[in-house]
Design a protein around this ligand. Structure first.
Ligand SMILES: [Zn+2]
Length: 231
């Protein structure tokens, strides 16, 4: 079976390639105004890369360098953090209720049974640690890999220690000596501590990323509104 000759001139695609328009340079990433943007770390200006990400030294989210263009930059990281934050809050609130309820006079563990309550805490807190907190665990791992220990190294260690200890306490409480057991015979767990750390750090990151966008928004307002309406 032979392939039929392709009538180049009949096709717009080929005509563009073979005609006068072929002298025009093909569209490259450089034609995209955002492609030239270099992302840099506010603390480490020597870090410069063409794509968003986190600083390999301090773990902070990189920001676009240069003067604001008047267009509000799309920030996929902020959207991602907000999604992880809301999932984290929704799952952490019941964990907090299960963990702190008895201290506030709410006998929730009596209603559910302590073992079931501990399992429930584990099931609710685990996605908070490994979904909502994944970005911090990843940054923590990078910090250990590169040797640049930072805030995310501590967060990763703390959160994983709290979660790991608690999982062993639920799944294999017999490995702990009797001194670790409470009056109810169960080993104490720290799921709520790990989950709350993740949610609060996410909130801090969202506020930080929002604060970086704020000057761009003000600059945009300056372009749209006359100065006498701004002040
Ligand atoms: Zn940095």
């Amino acid at each position: 079976m032979t392939q039929q000759a392709h009538p180049h001139s009949d096709h717009a695609c080929c005509a563009a390639a073979s005609g006068p328009a072929s002298n025009k340079a093909p569209k490259t990433v450089k034609d995209d105004p955002s492609a030239d943007a270099l992302y840099t770390c506010p603390m480490h200006p020597e870090i410069r890369q063409s794509t968003p990400g986190s600083c390999p030294i301090c773990g902070m989210a990189l920001e676009r360098s240069g003067l604001p263009t008047g267009e509000e930059p799309d920030n996929p990281e902020l959207r991602d953090f907000k999604r992880r934050f809301f999932v984290g809050v929704a799952l952490t609130l019941p964990v907090l209720l299960l963990a702190m309820g008895p201290m506030l006079g709410l006998p929730i563990r009596d209603w559910l049974g302590t073992s079931f309550a501990l399992w429930l805490e584990m099931l609710l807190a685990t996605p908070v640690i490994f979904y909502s907190g994944w970005v911090f665990l990843k940054r923590g791992a990078i910090s250990f890999k590169t040797g640049h220990l930072n805030m995310f190294s501590l967060i990763a260690i703390g959160v994983l220690a709290a979660w790991g200890f608690s999982v062993v306490a639920v799944l294999a409480p017999e490995v702990f000596p009797p001194g670790f057991r409470g009056a109810d015979g169960h080993v104490g767990v720290y799921f709520e501590a790990g989950a709350v750390i993740v949610v609060l750090v996410l909130l801090g990151q969202i506020l930080e990323l929002g604060a970086r966008i704020a000057p761009v928004r003000r600059f945009r307002l300056c372009l749209i509104w006359p100065p006498n309406r701004l002040w």
